[in-house]
Ligand binder design. Structure first.
Ligand SMILES: Nc1ncnc2c1ncn2[C@@H]1O[C@H](COP(=O)(O)OP(=O)(O)OP(=O)(O)O)[C@@H](O)[C@H]1O
Ligand SMILES: [Mg+2]
Length: 225
């Protein structure tokens, strides 16, 4: 799996005003690589990640996932690509209130019409230490448990690319670190590609590369680690 972004820009228009949230962003991420992107609030981190994951269309530049040009795809195919190849983890778990833990994962496989690995949902929940919580609803879980369900849900479609937007934001530092280590293990052991945007500099040692985004521009950093 390779994600290639070339000179990607994103301009938000608000009446007569234009705001350049991404300015000529280029990046390549390969299987087995976990890239962190840090930057202050408003620097374009979420815009960058949503664009990389085909949730937002870029204004300019190109994005390829495994050689497929994402921006040109019709919406239906973009949705399919996301369901088949991409796992998103957001800042808050965004679980569905009326589904128990098992069904949070199952609903993704139903949407993706994925029948290939029936036992995988249970395996993932066990892997993330949630086997005793499978019948519980989100309001019965701790913040760390909810976020682990969200990560398991992001992985249930066996994505090649994992995109995480501040996955530690709602957690204390120990829980936050555990969550990032789980994501890193998934990337390194199963040869997935991953990008995490974060404010949290304490978890950067788990990542392979650290980039910084500032005013919509991406720069490689070596001084941070
Ligand atoms: N839909 C939109 N319309 C107009 N402006 C937007 C839109 N989405 C984001 N922006 C602007 O683009 C800039 C980058 O936003 P973005 O959400 O990517 O920042 P961020 O780095 O993720 O910030 P945070 O750390 O606070 O989550 C901000 O100035 C924001 O106001
Ligand atoms: Mg953000």
């Amino acid at each position: 799996m390779t994600l290639t972004m070339k000179r990607v820009s994103k301009i938000f228009k608000d009446g007569p005003n234009e705001f350049k949230a991404l300015n000529d962003v280029s990046l390549e991420v390969n299987s087995g690589e976990f890239v962190a992107v840090i930057g202050p609030s408003g620097s374009g981190k979420s815009t960058f990640l949503s664009t990389a994951g085909a949730l937002l269309s870029p204004t300019g530049g190109s994005i390829e996932i495994d050689g497929q040009h994402v921006a040109d795809l019709p919406d239906k195919q973009k949705t399919r690509l996301r369901l088949e190849k991409i796992g998103f983890v957001f800042q808050t778990a965004n679980l569905i209130p009326y589904l128990n833990v098992t069904d949070q994962l199952h609903v993704i496989n139903v949407m993706a019409k994925n029948k290939k690995r029936k036992g995988y949902e249970a395996d993932l929940l066990q892997h993330f230490g949630l086997e005793h919580r499978t019948g519980n609803f989100p309001n019965e879980l701790s913040g760390g448990e909810r976020q682990r369900v969200a990560i398991a849900r992001a992985l249930v479609n066996e994505p090649d690319l994992i995109l995480a937007d501040e996955p530690t934001a709602s957690l204390d530092s120990q829980r936050g670190r555990e969550v990032v280590e789980l994501i890193a293990a998934e990337i390194h052991e199963r040869g997935k590609a991953g990008i995490m945007v974060t404010h949290d500099e304490r978890v950067l040692d788990v990542c392979d590369r650290v980039l910084m985004i500032k005013d919509g521009q991406l720069v490689e950093t070596e001084t941070i680690r």
